[in-house]
Design a protein around this ligand. Structure first.
Ligand code: CP
Length: 324
């Protein structure tokens, strides 16, 4: 693996999930793999989990990591081809990225969409230019439209729980996973939802349903393997996992077109499911996106899920280190 931008950069979901679970069981198994190697973590927006889990993963592999908060500490970057840079941007990505590629063996980049211009965001202008100009492997720590390390951690978490209730050879069927839109006070990207749908589809080990109010349809490129139901109660029937997440409209790009509070998951709604485990990528707005009773209840997987970010990052960095 040379870059990790989406699920399309890996050969097989099962294999990388198994590798991540091996690292969870034995974190320092590849302690020598990253010796003398350095990873740069560039943040164009805030993070808790992605930043720290990737640093822990790098340390487990014996790599040094250096964090650079580009948004706060760096020159304002320009991404437009042919830009006349007489405004607020100071340095073009064509000049900055190759320099960063000289300093680091792997470059990890976190950015967000503008939510203003769908064509630009879905063209992945920022991460693609890092890939184009860095001259070093690039790992997405979330891009304008996808969050692949989060999705890998999500599948790891489902697989772990699935193995608990249905060990290999136990004859268990495919779990039913429901991705359920939730209300939010801000317009958020579609990244986590797009990416989760893409990974569940590539994994092929689940019955997959997406539920959202009409108007929040995701890009069909990601939802081909999903059943889409706009009645949340119907969608939740017999679910084994409910992944709760807000996203803004893809069609009416970046807009909050409705914010019905009854879409927040509660214990009453959870009673429609097959004692479903509840997931969220965090950070979560309590009692807006998800109720206290769910987050503090025994069905919540959110802490385990965030913990698994370490093993997802370690599996990806490890694969790249083996390739370079
Ligand atoms: N889930 C996630 O990406 O969390 P952070 O924004 O804290 O990195």
């Amino acid at each position: 693996m040379m870059n990790f931008i989406s699920v399309n950069d890996i050969d097989d979901v099962q294999t990388i999930v198994a590798q991540a679970l091996q690292y969870k069981a034995d974190p320092f198994a590849d302690k020598g793999l990253g010796a003398g190697r350095r990873v740069g973590l560039l943040f164009l927006n805030p993070s808790l989990r992605t930043r720290l889990s990737t640093q822990v993963a790098a340390a487990n592999l014996g790599m040094e990591s250096i964090v650079f908060n580009v948004d706060k500490e760096g020159w304002a970057l320009e991404f437009a081809e042919g830009a006349v840079m007489n405004g607020t941007t100071v340095e073009h990505i064509k000049d900055a990225a190759p320099v960063l590629g000289q300093y680091f063996d792997i470059l990890c980049v976190r950015t967000f969409p503008s939510l203003q211009n769908r064509e630009e965001d879905y063209g992945e202008v920022v991460i693609n230019q890092f890939v184009q100009y860095a001259g070093a492997p690039v790992v997405s720590l979330e891009s304008a439209t996808l969050h692949p390390l989060q999705s890998l951690a999500d599948i790891i978490t489902i697989q772990e729980n699935r193995l608990l209730v249905s060990p290999p050879g136990g004859g268990g069927g495919k779990p039913k996973i429901v991705l359920s839109w939730a209300p939010h006070v801000k317009a958020l990207p579609q990244c986590v939802a797009n990416s989760f749908a893409q990974w569940v589809g590539a994994w092929g080990e689940a019955e997959f349903v997406i539920t959202h109010p009409a108007g929040y349809e995701l890009d069909e490129k990601y939802t081909a393997n999903a059943t889409i139901i706009t009645n949340q109660d119907e969608a939740l029937q017999n679910a084994d996992y409910v992944y709760v997440k807000n996203w803004s409209s893809y069609r009416d790009y970046g807009k909050i077109i409705s914010n019905d509070p009854t879409w927040m998951l509660t214990n009453t709604k959870l009673s429609l499911t097959n004692h479903a485990k509840v997931m969220h990528c965090l950070p979560v707005r309590r009692n807006v996106e998800l109720s206290d009773e769910i987050l503090d209840g025994s069905n919540s997987l959110v802490t385990q899920q965030a913990g698994n970010r370490v093993w997802a990052a370690q599996a990806v960095l490890g694969e790249i280190l083996k390739s370079v």
